[in-house]
Design a protein around this ligand. Sequence first.
Ligand code: NG6
Ligand code: CA
Length: 495
Amino acid sequence: MKTALFLSLAVSAAFATEKPNVVILYADDLGYGDVSCYGAKTIATPNIDKLAAEGLRFTDGHSAAATCTPSRFAMLTGEYAFRQKGTGVLPGDAKMIIPPGRATLASVFKGAGYQTGVVGKWHLGLGNEGLDWNGEIKPGPQEIGFDHCFIMAATGDRVPCVYVKDHRIVGLDPADPIQVSYKQPFPGEPTGKGNPEQLKMHPSHGHDMALINGISRIGYMKGGKAALWKDEDMADTFTGQAVKFIEENKGGPFFLYFAGHDPHVPRVPHPRFVGKSGMGPRGDAILQFDDCVGTILAALDRLGLRENTLVVLSSDNGPVVDDGYQDEAVAKLGEHKPAGPLRGGKYSAFEGGTRVPFIVRWPGKVKPGVSAALVCQVDFPASFAALTGQPTPASAVDSQNVLPALLGEDASGRAELVEQGGPVSLRQGAWKFIPSAAGPAKSKNTNSETGNAPGPQLYDLSSDLGEKQNLAKTQADRAQSMAEALQKARFGAPK
Ligand code: NG6
Ligand code: CA
């Protein structure tokens, strides 16, 4: 009996060391050049810098797409979003696009005995067609492997402006039911277009519908007054929920996907950050995200979980300056380069679209340093399955096990990577191929370079990180073979 008890204790101790807690700290629209450890000079992000100094900082780490929904879809499912219809940027009343029961990053952890939680921005749809927001909001994260969730449905600039905890809107008064429509306004409800005098921040393009907390949004809503979020408190609310999840699951192992909202629009940071960056609300929102990171990491320290927790920090896509509100982001940018040395940003096929801050810290296991390995968030399901001794889900068709690269044991990572910007492009080592694509070279509203061009583009990132010198003509053979490889990766049998 005694021996059996001893053995089981020994086994569970060994178990625990192989199953660290995993925390993903995910920013929204944070660019490669937006943090000081990636070279930003006019803004300081001390908490992210400290994480990078204690961990491995990737210089070629990618989100799977250059916008939110497809990027998060790929990170959770391990399948590129371009393989599935309906995975573009979703309205706030979209039905859930990951089918219930599908294997995900969360279910991989759950299968390994983890407690799993998501806090923050969801943007993968909720419920079925015609969802009644006043009842059970289902399916949602809990139907695809998360034990706990505290989320917003879509984005800060999309209705409904409420939090959803597990299957319910938080703080909803049944006497004041909530209605949501992306088709028509509710008569009598204020809108940005009809009531501009009530706005504390004006749109620059779009965003002139439901007027909530002095900011007009995309989509219309009515009711649910007691449940409405206050943008200024959103980062603290999410961070508080993240810390609560960690405290409640400190016995571990746990997986936390913390999806912060900063610096996505509308940029309405808490007053304690206002004016602190000198770059207007966009810079202040970056400081706020850095502060969230600091608070969550401090909670791990306080609970003695630093050593046994693998932390990943990244962003869902590259940066954008004016994304629809008059928030001084362009006027106060100064010398700051949100994408650093990269060309393009959010919405773009250039590297700035998907190459993002990407840091892994696991004290004692991952040697601090810098890695140039090519890795992508679509690889998380396979890599974390490997970490926790699980099989890669069969449906995670694009997910490669890059765990050795994430742990700093392999300096190269992927041989090839598909990047989903506007045009879907291909990396092979340092080579980047963008197929010819119709459409504007620059988006009129955001001024971002899309990567669209009438002919193919080929860049050698080893000497031309900024993608300035198109070699498609002088290296026609390589361009041709990469065009074929891209076709195969997109439409052939995956892997
Ligand atoms: C665009 C919005 C932009 C942002 C983006 C999604 C307009 C004019 N622009 O359609 O403001 O919300 O969608 O961003 O509405 S993401 O990071 O969630 O992908
Ligand atoms: Ca985003």
